[in-house]
Design a protein around this ligand. Sequence first.
Ligand code: UT7
Length: 317
Amino acid sequence: MSFKIIGTGSYVPEKVVTNDDLAQMVETSDEWITQRVGVKTRHVSTGEGSADFAYYAAKNALEMSKTAAEELDLIIVATFTGDTLVPSVAGLLQRKLGAKCPAFDINSACSGFIFALDIASGYFARKAVQKVLVVGTEKLSKIVDWSDRNTCVIFGDGAGAAVLATGEHFLSSKIYTYGEDEVLYLPSFAGASPFDKTEHDAPYLFMDGQKTFKFAVNAITSNYTAAVAEAGVAIEDIDYFIPHQANIRIIQFASKRLNVPMEKFFVDIEKYGNTSAASVPMALDELNRSGKLKENDLIALAAFGGGLSSGACVIKW
Ligand code: UT7
């Protein structure tokens, strides 16, 4: 007992920041960002929060799946940029949608959506649910140091959502965590306890780009290979690969190492940058809405990032 995806949705805030805009803020150039990362523009919030993005993406997905919010049995939101730690983004989303079901957040950074699908499949396996909403949403603009060119040129805001219903289309799932806090690191609110004598770092995202890059290239290749094997199919059988949109060069590496043509990889990084947990469901929605996906197509999702974490899964459309 697993699930099938019956609707997808996505949302990005209206404001677009171009590479040339960033070149006014830090020492960088459109040429460097385009060549080294593959991003041309990213969308950035001027006020909306992660729960707002999640709401618009979820509305689109519910509409496509012809599902009423009251029918949902569970809402899982993947994020590490919630508007509040309590309540969860999922709780805020439940209220905005008018749903009544249990709702909770999970944090596995950029791999969050893949982890959330894995969790959802467990609920389907024990027949506890019939309709589940899974969302990846991030307001990365609030945790990026806009004076740090190593990170501010990469990230963007947005959300993606999928409505899952009972079915046998989730063919495999592999998730991994390698606990560490030096390669990718975001301190949380340190509080102001009069008893706490430790020094706290500023609440901005730190990333060792090269170490993350190496991890990403290995993770995407090995995770795709493992998930495809577990699904009992061959790499050549996969119709579309939807990887985390972190860097075009990571996707090109995966294409080369897996011996899969780039045309099979869905890429939208040039428009949105890296939107962390929102990246894969946003890409899935765009591919779905393009009308290219046919019934029984095999799609392979993969993501990697903070944790360090990574994962991949194979879904029959
Ligand atoms: O979603 C979570 C997972 N995240 C990822 O997967 C990200 C993985 N990492 C990356 O995508 C890349 O490592 C980055 C895009 C972050 C950086 O690209 P890179 O090719 O690894 O650059 P680098 O750090 O090796 O720096 C190369 C050069 C340096 O100059 P020198 O020392 O060669 O003179 C940097 O100072 O590029 C310089 N540089 C920049 N130049 C212009 C670094 N950032 C910039 C910039 N604009 N924004």
